[in-house]
Ligand binder design. Structure first.
Ligand code: ADP
Length: 407
């Protein structure tokens, strides 16, 4: 199963997008509809509201009088909290029932107008945001949906800004053009991304990362931040920290199009306990890798101790966003080195240049190999020696700079 969050400002075209997704076979779970359903006449939800706020919140026919409820409930923070304590658990339970009722290979799209405002994005495998600029949304609400302009403006002003939505969006669906254009975008997204993503989550399949160095993408930082939030939400207390690391975390450094994230845990048992939740969230484990290349501990020397270089590696099931998620133990040298390497590369222009040169040579070597697996391996093997040398230099820099891994 794939869980997709769908949102957008009022009038942007959410309903239009969810209609196309439904036609394509997605299961739509509509938050507005559920919010109405749980307080229909005859429901325990409506009875609880009457208990709390009195029969004055009912119309003559016994249905909920929304303006009357609003007048009662929005008066104080206590009454608002009371309202939420009645509505939220019921909405949550009904939502969970509908999601759990979907087929094991279902693509469930939750249409939630206030997804960004409620910080719900990290709970989904993927967040889609439908966009149209304010003037166009206003025009559609007034001219097509027949809303009063002042109402439309008030609703828009109470919602998140476009920037807030943009930073929550894994997929930005621009609905500035014709209905045909947005429909074509949604169809392509469904076939090219949602269908294979769902299949990969179900079969625990990791998408391959082409071993090709690409020009640095200014979007990498925001994508990294979003993955970090999603992984934090999946790990909860089991993660001590979650960091965007690797080349894509270093501004303006060309890299393979793969976001590296490190999850720091207390011990290997905690890392193993994350295998299943991470897989469900879209990050299946790559069982063939269980340790980084062991190096002697800097400042201690002697033989490298392989036990200290244990790692659990997860890839991405999302064909639209390759990633590598490494789960490492707090304070172990591999965990420290991932943070150090990023910070050293951020600080040292010469190191960045050298590293880039090594990566470009590796990329060119890999490009000459037809077999994908072999090409990927060649890339990794040709950059590995640089890490062995870089390990020492990074720690020397750390001593000079007084570096510590921070929070
Ligand atoms: P939302 O669900 O995000 O509030 P809707 O999907 O209801 O927005 O769209 C708002 C109004 O604009 C609807 O009446 C819809 O038919 C119309 N609409 C949606 N997309 C377009 C488009 N690309 N061009 C013109 N009108 C559109």
């Amino acid at each position: 199963m794939l869980r997709v969050g769908l949102t957008g400002g009022i009038g942007a075209g959410k309903s239009t997008v969810s209609k196309v997704l439904a036609e394509l076979g997605a299961v739509i779970v509509d938050a507005d509809l559920i919010a109405r359903e749980v307080v229909e006449p005859g429901t325990p939800g409506l009875a609880a509201l009457v208990d709390a706020f009195g029969a004055g919140i009912l119309q003559a026919d016994g249905a909920l009088d929304r303006p009357a409820l609003a007048a009662q409930a929005f008066g104080s923070s206590e009454s608002r909290a009371l309202l939420n304590s009645i509505l939220h658990p019921r909405i949550g339970q009904r939502t969970a029932e509908l999601v759990e009722g979907a087929a094991a290979d279902g693509i469930v799209v939750q249409d939630i107008p206030l997804l960004v405002e409620g910080h719900m994005g990290p709970a989904f495998n993927l967040v889609l945001v439908v966009y149209a600029d304010e003037a166009e949304r206003l025009r559609r609400l007034v001219e097509v949906r027949g809303m009063r302009e002042s109402d439309a403006r008030a609703r828009m002003a109470a919602q998140a800004t476009d920037d807030e939505r943009r930073s929550a969006a894994d997929v930005w669906l621009d609905n500035s053009g014709s209905p045909e254009l947005i429909e074509a975008q949604v169809r392509a997204l469904f076939e090219d991304r949602l269908v294979p993503f769902e299949r990969n989550v179900r079969t625990r399949t990791v998408v391959p990362v082409p071993p090709l160095v690409r020009p640095s993408d200014p979007e990498w930082a925001a994508q990294g931040a979003r993955l970090v939030e999603r992984l934090r939400s999946v790990c909860g207390d089991r993660a001590i920290r979650v960091d965007h690391v690797g080349s894509t975390a270093v501004e303006a450094l060309d890299a393979r199009d793969e976001i590296d994230v490190q999850i720091t845990v207390a011990d290997l048992a905690a890392a193993d306990a994350l295998a299943e939740p991470l897989a469900v969230a879209g990050f299946p484990r790559i069982d063939s890798v269980t340790r980084d290349e062991p190096k002697p501990v800097y400042g201690v020397g002697g033989e490298a101790d392989p036990a200290l270089w244990a790692v659990r590696v997860h890839g991405s099931a999302d064909p639209g966003r390759p990633a590598r998620v490494c789960v490492r133990v707090d304070g172990w040298p591999g965990q420290q080195f991932a943070l150090l390497l990023r910070d050293w590369l951020r600080a040292d222009a010469q190191a960045r240049l050298e590293f880039l040169e090594v990566k470009e040579i590796a990329s060119a070597k890999a490009a000459a190999i037809a077999d994908d697996d072999e090409a990927a391996l060649t890339y990794v093997e040709s950059v590995a020696p640089w890490f062995d040398r870089g390990y020492r230099r990074a720690w020397e820099w750390a001593e000079r700079a007084g570096w510590s891994p921070g929070q």
